[in-house]
Design a protein around this ligand. Structure first.
Ligand SMILES: COCC(O)(O)CCCCCNCCCN
Ligand SMILES: [Zn+2]
Length: 601
């Protein structure tokens, strides 16, 4: 398994800039790149990455996607004066040339290809390329929306031909529709393109009919183009998560891509003058983390838009931090999507029902009663915590977001528990299985366990021989509760008792919300009624109705697939943001084997 995260940045790409007055294009500034890179350095993230050099994309590579006419026009601008540059730029919608634009655009293309090579060769597991000019609006024969060459589309075509890939997923979380990418792949079933974008019923730029949810792809490509239009501004974290949980992830897992590319625009984040959305930078950690579960983690993130410098750079940092394997921060804000988001989600699911099994069987009508935001008719902001930031119209508004983010990110970024795993090892034999990052902890001594059990857990622990297995679990759990490690693994022959004691121990320790996912049959079902424990029980036979309650969900593990993700959604939407400390308990040799497999990874 490859490891490591590539970071590709070349300050040469900051030389492309607007030479004349143009209120539409003047937000696409060089500082977008330099600010982001500085912030990565400030959080000591650059030094943790594998720095891979950019290179110029060759003409041949650019011709994978673009026409030779388009290439020739772009090439000819290198020697133009300002007046000629302005004239040629006027041939396109929202684009500007500078004498260095062509060279910068070739480096932006090459950076994406270097990233694909680094991931596909196994030199790294994933990575990010900070590039400009961006790409997802540019088309075969035209520049558009600040884009000259379609960096991500070229990267996809390149990966298909060089590595013989049959299934590539492109996720475009930029707040604008990447119509360029859609046009390039809409007949190609091997490239699944997902884009959400501010749309407002075709009012918002580029105001295309084909950006709506019913553009599902053409010919053999039907089902491989997914458009999720946002018809209101002010969308927040819960709306983005719901879009992932109920549209993108079920389809992506079914598609089972060999490589995932992200058209990573951060103008969908809070404070951006283009997007006018409310999602905070931490949401990009979650979105990135979900995509890392696909394609064996082979994930290439390539920058697109993002015009609020502070919001952009914080979101870039949250993305890279997650690519490096850091635990994602607890998600903030409301947990239920707004009605407009639910309407869009339902529409796109209905449009794609004929093409995806996962959409055929699941009905998400339960989403309707989840939305707690009745406001939907107004246009503006929804998320109370950013009431005053909803309409970013001028400088002092931008400064307000700056201050909001300063405080918000402080709570998010620190403290992060060390990314260590604690494990007790029964036999020296299995010790070598553990990667270096795992700390072996000594079992809790028997007298201590006995005292603890008689004081608090006597009703749970019947036989003395169970005490032995509690020692290893409690030793690991204490390291997690005291934030000495992030997660842990313990083996126990009496998993139900261990789980019951662990849950009560965690709540007694002061945790307010503990999520337990138990796989296999459970002799005793712990009491979850105090509202601080949520049990998701995956078992052979579904428990009788009487045991199922709001905090106890039993799933027949044959149908667990997306129902499991949906249950987690349910969990989140009911504000049960768990302090999720991943303790694995296995009740049988078989499961303990699966635990070992997890350990090796
Ligand atoms: C990869 O491109 C990044 C981007 O999607 O952020 C570009 C946005 C161009 C926004 C152009 N607005 C034109 C408004 C005309 N009334
Ligand atoms: Zn954009």
């Amino acid at each position: 398994m490859a490891s490591g995260t590539a970071l590709i940045y070349d300050e040469e790409m900051t030389s492309h800039k607007l030479l004349w007055n143009d209120p539409i294009c003047d937000i696409e500034v060089p500082e977008r790149l330099s600010f982001s890179y500085e912030q990565l350095k400030c959080y000591h993230l650059v030094e943790r990455c594998v720095c891979v050099p950019a290179r110029e994309g060759s003409e041949e590579e650019i011709l994978l996607v673009h026409s030779s006419e388009h290439l020739e026009v772009a090439k000819s601008t290198q020697t133009m004066n300002e007046e000629e540059l302005k004239r040629v730029s006027g041939n396109y919608d929202a684009f500007f040339f500078h004498p260095s634009t062509y060279r910068c655009a070739r480096i932006a293309v090459g950076a994406g290809l270097q990233l694909v090579d680094s991931v596909m060769s196994g030199k790294v597991c994933n990575g990010m390329a900070l590039v400009r000019p961006p790409g997802h609006h540019s088309q075969r024969n035209a520049a558009n929306g600040f884009c000259l060459f379609n960096n991500v589309a070229i990267a996809a075509e390149y990966a298909k031909r060089k590595y013989g890939l049959q299934r590539i997923l492109i996720v475009d979380w930029d707040v604008h529709h990447g119509q360029g990418t859609q046009y390039i792949f809409e007949e190609d079933p091997s490239v699944l393109y997902f884009s959400w974008h501010r749309y407002e019923h075709q009012e918002f730029w580029p105001s295309l009919k084909e950006s709506d949810y019913d553009a599902v792809g053409l010919g053999r490509g039907k089902g491989s183009n997914i458009n999720l239009p946002w018809n209101k501004v002010g969308m927040g974290n819960s709306d983005y998560l719901a879009a992932f949980f109920h549209v993108l992830l079920p389809v992506a897992f079914e598609f089972d891509p060999e490589l995932v590319l992200v058209s990573s625009g951060y103008d969908s984040g809070i404070g951006d003058p283009e997007g006018q959305m409310n999602a905070t930078p931490d949401v990009f950690a979650h979105l990135t983390h979900f995509l890392m579960q696909l394609a064996n983690g082979k994930l290439c993130v390539i920058l697109e838009g993002g015009y609020h410098l502070k919001s952009l750079s914080e979101s870039v940092c949250m993305t890279v931090k997650t690519l490096l394997g850091d635990p994602v921060p607890q998600i903030t804000g409301e947990m239920a999507p707004c009605l407009s988001a639910i309407e869009s989600i339902q529409n796109v699911r209905a449009a794609h029902k004929p093409y995806w099994k996962c959409l055929m069987y699941e009905d998400t009508s339960f989403l309707q009663n989840l939305s707690t935001k009745s406001h939907l008719l107004e246009k503006v902001n929804t998320n109370p915590s950013t009431e005053h930031e909803s309409k970013i119209t001028n400088k002092d508004e931008m400064v307000k977001v700056e201050r909001f983010l300063e405080l918000h990110m402080k709570n998010i970024l620190f403290p992060v528990p060390p990314i260590k795993t604690a494990a007790t090892i029964e036999s020296e034999a299995s010790a070598h299985l553990l990667p270096l990052s795992v700390r072996v902890v000594k079992e809790m001594d028997m007298n201590e366990v006995k005292a603890l059990v008689s004081a608090f857990y006597a009703d749970l622990v019947k036989e003395d021989e169970t005490l032995l297995s509690l020692g290893s679990m409690l030793a690991v759990l204490d390291k997690i509760l005291t934030k000495q490690v992030c997660n842990g693994i313990a083996e126990s022959p009496t998993a139900s008792v261990s789980v019951a004691v662990a849950l009560r121990h965690s709540v007694r320790f002061g945790f307010q919300r503990v999520l337990c996912i138990f796989v296999g049959d459970m002799e005793i079902i712990p009491n979850t009624e105090d509202g601080r424990i949520l049990m998701i029980h995956i078992c052979e036979k579904q428990q009788s109705e009487k045991t199922n309650s709001k905090h106890y969900i039993s799933l027949n593990w044959k149908e667990v697939r997306f129902t499991f993700i949906r249950s987690l959604v349910y969990v989140r939407m009911h504000r049960f943001e768990e302090n999720f400390s991943s303790c694995y308990f296995s009740s049988s040799r078989r499961q303990s084997h699966s635990v070992k497999r997890v350990r090796r990874r």
